[in-house]
Design a binder for this molecule. Structure first.
Ligand code: AG3
Length: 279
């Protein structure tokens, strides 16, 4: 193959790659290596420590699904927190909800936010200009969570893979701290990787979340640039059941993947995924 190619080692013995038209950015921060590539097939690609985080071609799937499922399950989400997700895609989706008064974005690595603002403006759009609804804090999400109690309606953990800087974001004591930081009817959601390649992780997170919340659910979405393509999210809810929402109450706004039908269907799990979370 001619030209420059980027390849990610997705799991042991498996890579995914694409041809790179141009390397737009490469930087080593105290936390990780950040790269942004321009490609024909995926548009612009954000890579952290050699793992694809998002591309302008398929980012809508992940960012709509990590936000709207929880926000439409909660009848009145006002204070919403995103931990990680420095590209700003989740924040962009959250502020589409009229009920939201404050979308707080806690990112440990300022470099990701800066790179996204510069090279991925369509994803980082909510971070480009001061917005009274958006609060950006450059700090450790774990520390932020420990300082809050009975405060947020929805907490979203938009992390990288469970290695390096994000490891602590998959730990049970972190989930317990999130539970405390949520109001008494709060909802938690996290990205929880591939049901093909991260089975133990999915089982563990589900176990942790079901020990903390009366309602624990896994749902899926298709993200072609992530390992295995079929991706999971795990939700813990203190009161509201995401499968029992009144879809007639959902606020209408522009989306490309999420619909009320997709919301419900995303909880229908293939049998091998159901097996992962059987007690
Ligand atoms: N966070 C989850 C990306 C995980 C992808 N893993 C991989 N490519 N090995 C995405 C952040 C987007 N806001």
């Amino acid at each position: 193959m001619k030209g420059i190619w980027f390849t990610e080692l997705q799991t042991k013995g498996l890579t995914i790659g694409c041809e790179v038209k141009k390397v737009l950015h490469r930087e080593k921060t105290p936390f990780q290596e950040i790269e942004v590539f321009d490609t024909d097939i995926w548009g612009r690609v954000l890579v952290l420590d050699n793992a694809i985080q998002t591309t302008t071609k398929d980012e809508f799937v992940y960012h709509e699904m990590i936000t709207h499922v929880a926000l439409n399950t909660h009848p009145n989400p006002q204070k919403v927190l995103v931990i990680g997700g420095g590209d700003g895609g989740a924040i962009r989706e959250i502020i589409k909800h009229e009920t939201v008064e404050k979308a707080t974005h806690v990112e440990i690595d300022k470099g990701v936010i800066e790179a996204a603002k510069k090279y991925l403006p369509e994803i980082a759009v909510a971070l480009l200009e001061a917005n009274p609804k958006v609060e950006v804090l450059i700090e450790d999400g774990i520390k932020h969570i420990k300082e809050k109690e009975n405060y947020y309606d929805v907490i979203i953990v938009d992390s990288t893979d469970p290695v390096g800087p994000a490891e602590g974001l998959f730990a049970k004591d972190f989930y317990a701290a999130i539970h405390k930081a949520l109001k008494e009817d709060g909802i938690f959601v996290a990205q929880t990787e591939s049901p093909f390649y991260n089975q133990d992780l999915i089982s563990k997170v589900y176990r942790d979340i079901s020990s903390l919340y009366p309602i624990a659910k896994i749902y899926g979405a298709f993200v072609p640039t992530y390992p295995g393509g079929y991706w999971t999210f795990t939700m813990g809810s203190k009161v509201y059941d995401p499968e029992k929402i009144d879809t007639s109450k959902i606020q209408a706004f522009e989306t490309k993947y999420y619909t009320p039908e997709v919301h419900k269907a995303s909880f229908v799990l293939p049998k091998f995924v159901q097996e992962l979370i059987k007690k």
